[in-house]
Design a protein around this ligand. Structure first.
Ligand code: SF4
Ligand code: SF4
Ligand SMILES: [Zn+2]
Length: 263
């Protein structure tokens, strides 16, 4: 397998994987979306809510706020915690949200008992409180995975596509392919078309359809994939992919051990 980093930002990563199957690339994508455990608000008690929103709407909004932990490994999933899942600071992070209007309540107003945990983004609006309106909530965040509920989905936009191969022969310089390409993958060099940023090609085939001379040969490279992963903000994109790979590795080792027991 060959790995080439194409783009790295805090919340997104794009890389080229070569020498792997589509199933492997898809496994990474799926693990980023559903197997990497992160924190989300899961349980709460509303002691006062005189805002215009129903309790259920407030709960839904709080549950969808991405949470960031300085060290995610300090916390366990409830069923894996040494408390046996009954609830302790290792698997339930207490929070409090107390606000009085007038004003907008934001995600940054959620105060966690653990100073290493906070909303990933400060300015997610929760509710507008009018004069004298109050919101008082206490509850807990827990660590789970995206397949339990989308609020724990660490990877949001996760996808992959085959790396294309584009060959241009016997071009007559009509420029039609350059004009139709929606991603500016093709340019004219003198009186010939040539590829430029091939990584942007979506294999849409508009260029081959437009080329009356049949000069373009467009084929997907079956064992090379451009993988794009975007994080919800709960975890850095680079760490998300690393943890997804660890999850796949752990399962493969588990399967290997079970098969070894049979032989
Ligand atoms: S397949 Fe689509 S994106 Fe790729 S070069 Fe042709 S027109 Fe552009
Ligand atoms: S459409 Fe075909 S012939 Fe025209 S410039 Fe593109 S490759 Fe060349
Ligand atoms: Zn516990």
């Amino acid at each position: 397998m060959k790995f080439e980093l194409l783009q790295l930002e805090e919340d997104r990563i794009r890389f080229l994987l070569s020498g792997v199957s589509a199933a492997f690339a898809n496994g990474i994508r799926r693990a980023c979306m559903s197997e990497v455990p992160v924190l989300a608000i899961d349980e709460m008690g509303l002691y006062d809510n005189t805002s215009v929103l129903f309790d259920e709407q407030i709960s839904l909004r709080l549950g969808e706020v991405p949470l960031r932990a300085e060290d995610l490994d300090l916390f366990s999933k409830p069923e894996e915690c040494e408390c046996g899942g009954t609830g302790c600071p290792g698997c339930r992070i207490e929070f409090m949200l107390s606000s009085e209007g007038p004003g907008l309540v934001y995600s940054k107003d959620i105060q966690f008992a653990d100073p290493g945990v906070k909303a990933a983004f400060d300015k997610i609006p929760i509710v507008i409180l009018g004069e004298g309106e109050k919101l008082v909530i206490e509850g807990f965040a827990t660590k789970r995975v995206g397949k339990d509920h989308s609020k724990w989905q660490a990877g949001t936009l996760c996808g992959y596509k085959n790396l294309p191969s584009i060959e241009i022969k016997d071009c007559n310089g009509c420029k039609k392919c350059v004009e139709v390409c929606p991603r500016n993958v093709l340019v004219m060099e003198g009186d010939r078309a040539k590829t430029t940023n091939i990584l942007e090609c979506s294999l849409c085939k508009l260029c081959t359809d437009a080329c009356e001379a049949g000069a373009i040969k467009l084929t997907p490279i079956m064992d090379s994939f451009v993988v794009s992963i975007e994080s919800s903000g709960t975890i850095a994109a680079k760490e998300l992919v690393a943890r997804a790979a660890q999850e796949i590795k752990a399962r493969a080792e588990d399967l290997d051990a079970k098969l070894a027991e049979l032989s």
